[in-house]
Ligand binder design. Structure first.
Ligand code: C3B
Length: 833
């Protein structure tokens, strides 16, 4: 029961509220207060770690006040809210972002300097919040920033993993995984021990007859695990709106122990039960674009979805509105199929608990949900064995069967003679064992399905979801091209460039309306401006070079062309193509006379990225990159002309240092495989050019910035099928330059050839599924063009400036506005203060 507080009392409280700090002196006072009270230390032994903690707590206090007001305002106005359900939120660091978004970084910088600290060192103390694998999780984080910055009433819902994505160490050239325990001290979360939900698993379903004679299902028995909420405030940029990210943590429902067992002397099993419950939110599955059908993963999904829906429904019910208004008040976006059980869970709540009729309930469900597809790769599409769903969630399986039955009935009416159609679109795959196809369930249970870049959205309509376009018509399917937040990826990552841009764009307005970057275009040919621009790029490269020296011991020349490929290691992303290209470049240099060599352009090839622990081929690729680096980097004949660096443990905070330092970045997936890509956007926005295939968002980037500002190569998506077919059934001859590369590897130049034989065999003998050989020649030719182009620095820098000027489209703000208009039908809640 909530206390009801008389209005005069409320008013008095808000007048007397402690005021947030607004300047350097106020900030310093808060830091000292936190050091001396919250941390119980003295200023005399305040080290960087304590200074980080106190600074964070000072900013956290500010955020929480804004957070409270935002939540009150949203509750009071009772407008429609968006709920973004994502199993991954790859947030990175929070402090720098909080300081910039509330506009007090300079105050903090001055205050920390007074106390004897450099702000960069304090920011560097923070452990990344790495609750995600790659693009999908980082997209969710950019979306939260945009939702808050644009004042949308929105919540994120996810899992509070005790271990985020593993830390990667490179030992003797091999990836070694180390657990990422990140919760030692996390000032950015608020445990809500009063916000808990009991989540049921297993058990059985029985039927009862209700007063009105109708039967209802009852799900009983099984076990209960408790979900506890942890809230993370999400500050908008230059607005008081502070939204909430709610992460669920699992706990045994009987409190600390099962006391009965404990008192009976069965101490071990009572502790074991507690541990079993806590296992649910213990660890993030480290696969990117791969689903492996593990029982614990399904448990995670239901646990998170059920807790979130309970919370959403509870909030809706407080408004005392009728169920017919639910979809007017609530929009839920499914980030990939991972939260698809939410569709079934809402139908169960409306049917079994709230007593609505099936059709009425189902109409509400489909109006509430939207589904975003992020991949067409078959190995990433989720399917769960029917038997496993039956065992874990018996009532949900019944509902899934009913959803499928009604769906197939409508399909049958529309396509009376087409049995194959029914088999193809069915939510249940009639295989051995039978499987639940989560993407089909997500489509059937949502009112909109979107892809994440134009090509990708076309591909889902013509390949994996083609039949559904026939069933529902094309309007159910739409495209929302991904975007990135310019706050983190320009303003925070590259402060000097951001400042230079602001000086030509009439201030910082471009950070909220990225299309204002077009004002830069007029300056692309201005020599003085180009010089300043180039100088900032050089400084960013010097910083990266220092980092490279620190962590690898290799000295790289900041004047060399920095060629960067950082992303998860995956055969479809083709880091193997890149490293084969590097070897080819090495062989070419080795074949030159000393005189000829002197004319060549020095290059640094930088790689970074994690391989899923069970992805053997990806690990082999990492090993080859390191093996090649250790030979080339020591070759005195080559010297600065070529260096190959593998940066270990690529993550969000490292990306913030790497993106601003690249001249050229590689986005070279086999055409049709990378749904969008988002690092392509980050690199261009930071004044680097890209080499890439006609894939994902590269295509739209080209359209925006112009063909002359991007280095495209390779086969087109429409030709991939035929080429693969030809490899398998026709003759498949390998590119002759690539054969030379293979020969060099096989001669033992980079260590035991056997270590790399599977990578070579994949191209030579196993059909070259990713078209490495087909694209090799055009890839190398395009790199030659890059070198040529880089020699003319004035023109190169002009291209960079022009490209940045034309990147306005790729803000996640534009993207979120498209979701809000086209899918969610929500409005911002404008703040008057
Ligand atoms: C990724 C895709 O691989 C990227 O092309 C895309 O830009 C992002 O999602 C965001 O849309 N993705 C991922 O990181 N993990 C998956 N399981 C599926 C797609």
């Amino acid at each position: 029961v909530e206390a009801s507080i008389p209005e005069p009392q409320r008013a008095a409280w808000s007048r007397n509220q402690i005021q947030s700090f607004t300047d350097k002196d106020g900030f310093e006072k808060e830091v000292v207060r936190h050091v001396e009270t919250t941390l119980a230390r003295s200023m005399f032994n305040c080290d960087e770690s304590a200074a980080y903690s106190a600074t964070s707590l000072a900013f956290r206090d500010r955020l929480i006040k804004d957070w409270n007001k935002t939540q009150q305002r949203q509750t009071y106005r009772d407008t429609k809210r968006v709920y973004y359900l994502s199993l991954e939120f790859l947030m990175g660091r929070a402090l720098d972002n909080a300081m910039l978004n509330v506009g007090l970084k300079d105050a903090a910088k001055g205050g920390l300097a007074d106390l004897g600290f450099r702000i960069e060192d304090i920011i560097g103390q923070e452990h990344d919040a790495a609750l995600g694998n790659g693009g999908l999780g980082r997209l969710a984080a950019c979306f939260l920033d945009s939702l808050a910055s644009l004042n949308y009433p929105a919540w994120g819902y996810g899992l509070r993993y005790r271990y985020g994505i593993f830390k990667q160490e490179i030992i003797d050239g091999y990836q070694v995984e180390v657990p990422d325990y990140w919760l030692d001290f996390n000032p950015w979360e608020f445990p809500r021990h009063d916000v808990t939900v009991d989540i049921q698993f297993f058990g059985h379903v029985s039927k009862t007859t209700k007063d009105d004679g109708k039967t209802a299902a009852i799900w009983e028995g099984g076990e209960i695990v408790q979900a506890v909420a942890y809230d993370v405030p999400i500050p908008g940029y230059d607005t008081p709106t502070t939204n909430n990210l709610r992460l669920w943590s699992s706990k045994a429902s009987g409190g600390e122990f099962d006391f009965q067992k404990f008192n009976n002397g069965d101490y071990e099993s009572s502790v074991a039960e507690q541990q079993r419950a806590e296992t649910i939110s213990a660890v993030l599955y480290p696969n990117d674009n791969l689903e492996r059908g593990k029982e614990l993963r399904l448990k995670q999904q239901y646990f998170w979805v059920a807790a979130s829906l309970y919370d959403i429904v509870r909030r809706f019910k407080k408004s005392k509105r009728g169920w017919n208004e639910f979809a007017d008040q609530v929009a839920i976006q499914l980030n990939d199929t991972h939260p698809t059980l939410a569709i079934v869970e809402l139908q169960r709540i409306l049917l079994d608990i709230e007593g609505l009729e099936w059709d009425v309930a189902w109409d509400i469900v489909t109006k509430t949900f939207g589904y975003t597809n992020h991949t067409v790769l078959p190995e990433a599409l989720e399917k769960w064995p029917v038997g496993l769903v039956q065992y874990l969630l018996p009532r949900h399986l019944q509902i899934i069967y009913d959803i499928n039955l009604y769906f197939l009935q409508t399909v049958e009416k529309a396509f009376p003679k087409d049995r194959d159609m029914l088999t193809r679109v069915s939510i249940i795959e009639e295989s051995q064992p039978k499987m639940v196809r989560m993407a089909h369930l997500a489509i059937v249970g949502s009112h909109k399905v979107n892809g994440v870049a134009e090509l990708h959205s076309d591909l889902i309509k013509t390949t994996i979801f083609k039949d559904f376009v026939e069933v529902y018509g094309p309007d159910k399917f739409t495209n929302v091209t991904n975007g990135i937040t310019p706050r983190r990826w320009l303003h925070q990552a590259n402060p000097r460039l951001s400042e230079l841009i602001a000086s030509k764009c009439g201030g910082n307005g471009f950070l909220k309306d990225l299309t204002q970057l077009n004002r830069l275009e007029a300056h692309a040919k201005d020599a003085a401006f180009r010089r300043e621009w180039a100088e900032i790029k050089y400084a960013n490269k010097v910083r990266l070079a220092k980092h490279i020296k620190n962590v690898t011991g290799v000295t790289v020349n900041p004047a060399a062309l920095f060629d960067v490929q950082v992303k998860r290691i995956h055969e479809y992303k083709r880091q193997q193509l890149n490293i084969f290209g590097v070897i080819h470049r090495y062989l070419t240099l080795k074949g030159m006379s000393v005189e000829e060599r002197k004319k060549q352009l020095p290059r640094v090839s930088v790689f970074g990225g994690k391989a899923a622990p069970g992805y053997w081929m990806a690990k082999q690729i990492i090993h080859l990159i390191n093996a090649v680096g250790s030979v080339i980097n020591k070759d005195e004949e080559i010297g600065d002309l070529l260096k190959v660096i593998f940066l270990e443990d690529y993550n969000v905070s490292k990306a913030e240092m790497i993106c601003p330092a690249s001249d050229l970045s590689e986005h070279i997936s086999t055409a049709g495989t990378e749904a969008s890509g988002t690092s392509n956007m980050k690199f261009v926005l930071n004044g680097g050019l890209i080499i890439g295939t006609c894939d994902g968002a590269n295509i739209e980037i080209t359209r925006e910035i112009g063909e002359s500002n991007i280095f495209l190569f390779g086969n087109l998506a429409e030709d991939v099928e035929d080429l693969r077919h030809a490899h398998n059934y026709g003759s498949h001859s390998i590119d002759s330059d690539l054969e030379k590369v293979f020969g060099t590897i096989e001669s033992g130049t980079f260590g035991t050839p056997h270590d790399f034989s599977a990578m070579i065999a994949a191209v030579r003998h196993h059909g070259d599924y990713y078209l490495v050989s087909d694209d090799f020649h055009s890839y190398m030719e395009t790199h030659r063009l890059v070198d040529e182009s880089y020699r003319n620095q004035d023109e190169w820098v002009s291209k960079c400036i022009t490209s940045v000027a034309r990147m306005g489209f790729f803000s996640s703000d534009r993207c979120i506005n498209e979701y809000a208009d086209g899918i969610w039908n929500v409005e911002p809640l404008v703040v008057q203060e």
